[in-house]
Design a protein around this ligand. Structure first.
Ligand code: ATP
Length: 202
């Protein structure tokens, strides 16, 4: 997947609409401590469907909304849009008619998150699957947080295996298998109930 642009609005310290244009080659972000470099990476992970507030250095997901300063009042919502190249037509069926994909996540206080792909409402799962199938995503090993290298060195084999599976591009398949298993269990429970009813009738 090629990322073209990250647009932030009301996300953490980015209270005003801010565009980060990602050109071909290496993009570097430099600035003094506390200016928001890590917030940019968190925005990227967040728009791809990250659901753990701790991964956003917060207690609740609403902590990503600009909380206000002495001079500016807090925002009621935060929005991040990631524009990716779609020349290879990676988008879910029905959304594949353009060369670029805008993936938007918006969170409103007390109302939670909503996702859109090219303006159409989608589920969190659709966005997560899109990135899982493309071997990137909120948990992608391509995104390296501060302190993560030492975590990797000290990781247990199971955690290391997950990283390798993600790199191999099969984590989307695991998610689908898990969902299929849940459906199968529900179907089996239904069958048992039908059997019970039949027993009672005979
Ligand atoms: P470092 O180099 O120290 O890691 P950094 O450039 O990566 O710094 P960040 O950690 O991304 O900086 O940014 C931290 C800044 O973001 C802090 O000033 C913090 O007050 C601000 N911030 C975080 N969450 C919010 C929020 N919800 N509302 C307003 N400001 C926020």
């Amino acid at each position: 997947l090629r990322f073209d642009r990250l647009r932030l609005n009301g996300f953490k310290s980015f209270v005003d609409p801010t565009d980060l244009v990602i050109r071909e080659g290496l993009t570097g972000v430099v600035g003094p401590n506390g200016c928001g470099k890590s917030n940019l990476l968190e925005a990227l992970r967040w728009v791809m469907g990250e659901n753990r507030p701790t991964a956003m250095r917060g207690e609740g997901m609403e902590d990503v909304i600009f909380a206000g300063t002495t001079r500016r009042s807090a925002r009621a919502h935060a929005e991040v849009t990631l524009t990716i190249d779609n020349k290879d037509r990676l988008a879910p069926a029905g959304m594949n008619d353009s060369d670029a994909l805008d993936i938007t996540r918006r969170i409103t206080r007390d109302a939670g998150s909503a996702y859109r792909i090219n303006g159409k409402d989608v589920r969190a799962r659709d966005v997560q699957m899109l990135f899982a199938d493309a071997s990137t995503g909120a948990h992608s090993p391509a995104l390296v947080r501060q302190g993560q290298i030492s975590e990797l060195i000290n990781a247990k084999p199971k955690a290391r295996r997950r990283i390798l599976e993600e790199a191999a591009g099969i984590s989307g398949l695991y998610q689908r298998r898990h969902e299929a298993e849940l459906k199968l269990n529900a179907a089996e429970a239904n069958l048992t109930r039908v059997d019970d009813t039949l027993d009672q009738l005979s």
